[in-house]
Design a protein around this ligand. Structure first.
Ligand code: SF4
Ligand code: SF4
Length: 319
């Protein structure tokens, strides 16, 4: 039996909504088949009022074993690092986070805000938000670069805005069944099994990508990289391999990927007109795909754009 405690900081509950929709396995499966005991969760926990504080104190003291501490949302440190902008069970949430992370065998950050600070940590960041172990791409989050939980692992990051439900439930199963040490984590502490390939892997528009056929919102066919800012070639996620609701994904429905599993998310200042727009340099996308060398990409893409007959927009091809 693995005791799981789930708390929320600066959060919209999106990851909770996602988690409750998990299918393989479902939340009920976690409890009935995988030995997970949910000590408390903001949406499905049974205790209320003072009893919650008591439960948290028991976890901190070790009276109740805390196997997995899951945190959703940013760690709110404002104002002036007091944490008083986010008080829970009579204390700043940041104080609970520090003590519970130290008491837990494993710490799991769910969603971009808990992993990297996410939208709340975007400048000017009035709530002084940060992630559990990262602040954006820097390993400078709330718990510090050197943090490891009692089992000797750093924070396990499951990013996304929200994280895919099955990424959460499957990682919880791996940890609860003693396979956490087998999880390969990448440099951003994301489990490689979900975050090695790019979002583009499995996208139904990859032929259009290769042919540089420009697509647009909701329009069938055409790739969204060239005009409306799809980040599929620069984002590590399995959204097109493990489909959402087992049915589809953003890019399969012709909505650009906005790169929500990467630490730099949101990649724009969110000003109107910046989000769904491909930044260009001399007519070519400024950010190059798959970590390719910029000069190599520009040379190749430039040659293809001007010399090869297939480099047209969908409109031109349908004439
Ligand atoms: S729509 Fe996005 S993910 Fe799909 S092929 Fe184009 S750039 Fe890649
Ligand atoms: S397609 Fe991109 S923006 Fe959408 S959930 Fe996946 S990684 Fe995030």
């Amino acid at each position: 039996m693995a005791n799981v405690l789930w708390l929320q900081g600066g959060a919209c509950s999106g990851n909770t909504m996602s988690f409750l929709n998990a299918e393989e396995p479902t939340v009920v499966d976690l409890v009935t088949d995988f030995g997970i005991n949910i000590l408390w969760h903001p949406s499905i926990g049974l205790e209320i009022g003072d009893r919650v504080g008591e439960l948290l104190r028991d976890c901190v003291s070790g009276k109740t074993a805390l196997d997995i501490f899951v945190f959703e949302g940013s760690v709110v440190q404002g104002p002036d690092r007091t944490g008083m902008m986010n008080v829970f069970a009579d204390r700043p949430m940041q104080d609970w986070v520090r003590e519970l992370a130290a008491a837990a065998s494993f710490v799991v950050a769910v969603g971009d805000c808990a992993c990297f600070g996410g939208i709340p940590a975007t400048a000017p960041n009035p709530s002084e938000s940060t992630g559990l172990q990262f602040h954006k791409a820097e390993k400078a989050g709330f718990l510090g670069a050197g943090f490891t939980s009692k089992a000797g692992l750093p924070v396990i990051n499951i990013p996304g805005c929200p994280a895919h439900p099955d990424w959460i439930s499957q990682i919880l199963v791996a940890v609860a069944t003693g396979r956490a040490k087998d999880l390969l984590l990448d440099a951003k502490q994301r489990p490689s099994t979900f975050f090695t390939s790019y979002t583009q892997t499995g996208c139904t528009n990859v032929n259009s990508y290769a042919q540089k056929l420009d697509g647009h919102f909701g329009q069938r066919g055409g790739c969204l990289f060239y005009t409306v800012g799809c980040r599929g070639p620069m984002t590590r996620s399995s959204c097109n391999r493990i489909l959402w609701n087992r049915v589809s994904s953003k890019t399969r429905t012709n909505h650009p990927c906005i790169g929500c599993t990467e630490p730099e998310f949101p990649h724009h200042d969110l000003a109107p007109g910046t989000v769904f727009k491909t930044p260009k340099f001399m007519g070519l996308p400024k950010e190059v795909p798959h970590g390719e060398h910029k000069l190599v990409y520009y040379f190749r893409a430039g040659m293809e754009k001007f010399l090869l007959p297939h480099n047209r927009t969908l409109k031109e091809t349908s004439k």
